[in-house]
Write a protein that binds this ligand. Structure first.
Ligand code: KG4
Ligand code: ZN
Length: 341
């Protein structure tokens, strides 16, 4: 029988404090996420200092809850996986310090995990699992990258954003429309009642695997300035749906183009924006037309969570990966050819 390791995952890179227990890198025993959204809402975005302070207030409770939900205790944990970066440095340091403390007290190893690699590994916690190599789109508030994933820790960047991430485009668009924070979820909900062909917002960098969303943002700004009156509650769904489709179209088109260019028939999508209902629908439809198999984690595993971190950590720990107590957090972890360890 294959050896099944029990790993405690800890994630605190941005505004979610999360802990999870994962068995064998694939089996989710618990997944606790404490969101700070309510504390950042009034500022229209994440305030780094508030984020660090909120992490430190709740992280122990979140870990205790994850252990309780799994029916296990710290004594059962054989390793700890913690997000090392990229992310907000003060936030990362909270998770990292707690992981180090538990590791020190219990004498169990810990490993630092790349958050982006975590988003991709979320798919290994679902029933339908892809085979390496595959194409992955990581689309979140901080990243919009297409990768060729050859193995755990072996990724090649095929395309990336030249300016904003898609999640930022959602958040900033929502702000311009006076819809509040975080914008992605609000636009997603509103757009369900709207007509996506009402306004022809631009799709940039056609033909390339790279992305740019700054032109789209400017285009929304000019559209709003040109109107004689501000949008009414009746207009907003159409504007939201049209703006959303401009983002969705380029994400779908470029990711499937990457799969075709590299003759790969399996595509994984993850990151917060992968929770978008329109993106999921359009991706499934276009992938099917092209004979490409799509792998999409459920929304709760697309947005930030610690289970995805434990999934990567399990692989590292199994291969003998151990990090030292002098390991530091990295706010910008280059996503170039290979994740260096
Ligand atoms: O992966 P994530 O939870 O955190 C980062 O690593 O950035 O992604 C957060 C981003 C935010 O920009 C948020 O607006 C967006 O994901 N998001 C969505 C949806 N849910 C979250 N965007 C579009 N539609 C959604 N349903
Ligand atoms: Zn994320």
């Amino acid at each position: 029988m294959e050896y099944v390791m029990l790993v405690l995952g800890i994630e605190s890179s941005c505004d979610e404090t999360a802990a999870a227990v994962v068995a064998g890198g694939t089996s989710l025993l618990s997944n606790v996420i404490a969101s700070q959204i309510d504390f950042h809402k009034k500022f229209g975005g994440v305030v780094p200092e508030i984020a660090s302070r909120k992490h430190i207030e709740v992280i122990i409770q979140v870990i205790e809850q994850a252990l309780l939900d799994s029916g296990l205790t710290l004594d059962d944990m054989e390793g700890i996986a913690v997000t090392r970066g990229p992310g907000l440095i003060g936030s990362l340091l909270v998770g990292l310090s707690v992981a180090k403390s538990i590791s020190f007290m219990r004498g169990i190893p810990f490993v630092g995990v790349n958050h982006i690699e975590g988003h991709i590994a979320a798919i290994f916690l679902t029933e339908k699992i892809p085979r390496f190599p595959f194409v992955a789109l990581v689309v979140s508030g901080g990243h919009t990258n297409i990768y060729l994933v050859e193995d755990f820790g072996l990724l090649r960047v095929l395309g990336q954003t030249k300016d904003d991430a898609a999640g930022e485009a959602f958040d900033k668009g929502a702000k311009m429309l006076g819809l509040g924070y975080p914008g992605g979820i609000v636009i997603d909900r509103l757009a369900q009642r709207g007509n996506p062909t009402m306004i022809d917002f631009p799709r940039s960098m056609k033909g390339s695997l790279d992305f740019s969303f700054s032109g789209l943002k400017t285009s929304l700004l000019y559209y709003l300035k040109k109107r004689s009156e501000p949008p009414t509650d009746d207009d907003l769904p159409d504007i939201a749906a049209s703006y959303q489709d401009a983002i969705v179209d380029v994400l779908v088109e470029k990711t499937l183009k990457a799969a075709e260019e590299f003759s790969l028939s399996q595509v994984v999508i993850s990151g917060g924006v992968a929770a978008n209902s329109r993106l999921r629908k359009v991706f499934y439809a276009r992938a099917e037309e092209k004979g490409i198999e799509l792998f999409l984690p459920p929304p709760i595993l697309c947005t930030d969570n610690a289970a995805m971190i434990a999934a990567v950590g399990d692989n590292l720990l199994k291969r003998g990966g151990r990090d030292s107590f002098s390991m530091n957090a990295i706010s910008r972890w280059p996503v170039s050819c290979r994740f260096e360890r």
